[in-house]
Design a protein around this ligand. Sequence first.
Ligand code: RB5
Length: 148
Amino acid sequence: MKVIIASDHGGVNLRREIADVLDELHIEFEDIGCNCETSVDFPDYAIPAAERVASGEFDRGILICGTGIGMSISANKVNGIRAALVHDLFTAKATREHNNSNVLCMGERVIGPGLAKEIARTWLETDYEAGRHENRVGKITKYEGRKA
Ligand code: RB5
């Protein structure tokens, strides 16, 4: 699995913690920043990262901002992206099993690093169940007019 990670200024610290999780799990990843001291605009990171997942260059993406909301709204504008905003372990597992989410978004100002790292581990290690969910996810792909 190859993962791309990104954040705005509101998610820099948590993004670095997530990089540690990826190292611990021996998952190959690219970190595209930001490395900013000043504020940046989250779409400038979310959209390029999401495009590189949608293109197939990366299997998954993890995007962090202050709330996770801006990242998830931006990433979900890219065809083929199913970005899930997650702040608990139940939905981390469910969104992989049911939605086949390919981008995880979290907010550094919403949860602590311990829970966020556990969410990332759960999300990375949970498989899509397919089955009855195929038709539902397929309807999203059909609406987009492209194959994910
Ligand atoms: C930046 O201040 C903040 O708005 C951003 O990180 C994010 O929370 C937006 O959804």
